[in-house]
Design a protein around this ligand. Structure first.
Ligand code: P6P
Length: 339
């Protein structure tokens, strides 16, 4: 039996990867692990809404039940506010960024952008959901209030990124730029334990993830690529399998392990796609590249996109290197034809 390595032990061990590390990022990552355990407990009892009081109603304590994504947002914000490493946050649940005003926080070196509970519409049907986070070193001066430029940084500047998937088991997967590692929550000891060291996404896969209900509204290159995925070609191991959970973290996590491509393209009704660059696409793109995969918006590397708005959307193609590159070929071919 392999020695149990907890998330906290691992973070401390790997701090040596950063010779000048002060331990602030380590503490921040540990705080995220604690917040994830708190959210996990809430997610696990989500199905008991009728007994505990579904959101919007009063529970047996007479407290108004909040929606789980609001609860998750508050848990992570409180964790960052009390930790002292974070000077500000931006999240899907808040229109603008939050610059923390406590002196302790204004000395924080990092900002965090996160989606507290992505795919939360799946909670009512007991489908896996996730938290996605992206960490940057602030560009504003230590001691000042965080400003918008701290948040509008290109993805390749991320200091760390990761996600928590609340599924049949709860896992935390993160990278600080030195590979990707996965930790599974062991409920009996309440610890995230290293279960997936040095995760690598297979260069090829057999899974494509897209909402085919949108295909009629997609550009021709996307349609041609999906037709390619469906063509019978034993030599190149096709047709592939369609797997689409409707929960980005769950689809990404499966494809990270098994190989595959996730696509949320531009459509006629959503010309920039649906997914958010800063707290969905960038962090997962960071992980994908660290695991040997690729992430683009159909034309350029996701991590090279200079953000202009906190909640801006981008088309998203992420996963196995050869699959994403094949999809890009179809998009480029179609682009050439239509020019
Ligand atoms: P659609 C959930 O709302 C989400 O942001 C992702 O988690 C998921 O992959 C996608 O949207 C699902 O969107 O339009 O296919 O229902």
């Amino acid at each position: 039996m392999r020695k149990i390595i907890t998330l906290s032990e691992y973070i401390i061990d790997r701090q040596a990867d950063f010779p000048y590390a002060s331990g602030d990022l380590s503490r921040l990552l540990s705080d995220i692990g604690i917040a994830a355990k708190i959210v996990n407990k809430q997610v696990n009892k989500a199905g008991l809404g009728d007994i505990l009081g579904a959101h919007g109603t009063e529970n047996i304590q007479g407290e108004t039940q909040q929606k789980l994504d609001v609860i998750a947002d508050e848990v992570f914000i409180n964790s960052f506010k009390n930790g002292g490493q974070v000077c500000g946050i931006a999240s899907e649940e808040n229109d603008g960024y939050l610059a923390f005003e406590k002196d302790l926080c204004k000395k924080g070196k990092y900002v965090v952008l996160f989606d507290p509970l992505d795919g939360s519409s799946n909670i009512d049907v007991n489908v896996s959901i996730g938290t996605i986070f992206s960490i940057y070193r602030r560009t504003s001066s230590i001691g000042d209030l965080a400003n918008v430029n701290d948040f509008l940084q290109v993805g390749y500047e991320q200091a760390a990124a990761g996600y928590v998937v609340y599924g049949s088991s709860t896992m935390l997967v993160y990278s600080t730029g030195h590979g990707v590692n996965g930790f599974t929550l062991e409920p009996s000891i309440g610890e995230f334990c290293l279960s997936h060291p040095n995760m690598q996404i297979p260069e090829d896969g057999k899974i494509y993830s897209i909402n085919e209900g949108n295909l009629a509204m997609c550009e021709e290159g996307v349609k041609s690529y999906i037709d390619y995925c469906k063509e019978v070609d034993k030599q190149s191991n096709r047709p592939y399998s369609a797997r689409y959970i409707g929960s980005l973290v769950a689809d990404f996590h499966r494809n990270l392990i098994k190989g595959g491509i996730y696509i949320y393209p531009a459509t006629s009704s959503a010309p920039n796609g649906k997914l958010r660059l800063l707290y969905e696409c960038n962090p997962l793109a960071f992980l994908a590249e660290q695991a040997g995969g690729v992430a683009t918006d159909g034309k350029q590397r996701i991590l090279d996109i200079k953000p202009t708005e906190l909640h801006q959307r981008v088309p998203y193609y992420v996963g196995s290197k050869n699959m994403v590159e094949k999809a890009m070929e179809y998009l480029a071919e179609q682009e050439a034809v239509t020019k």
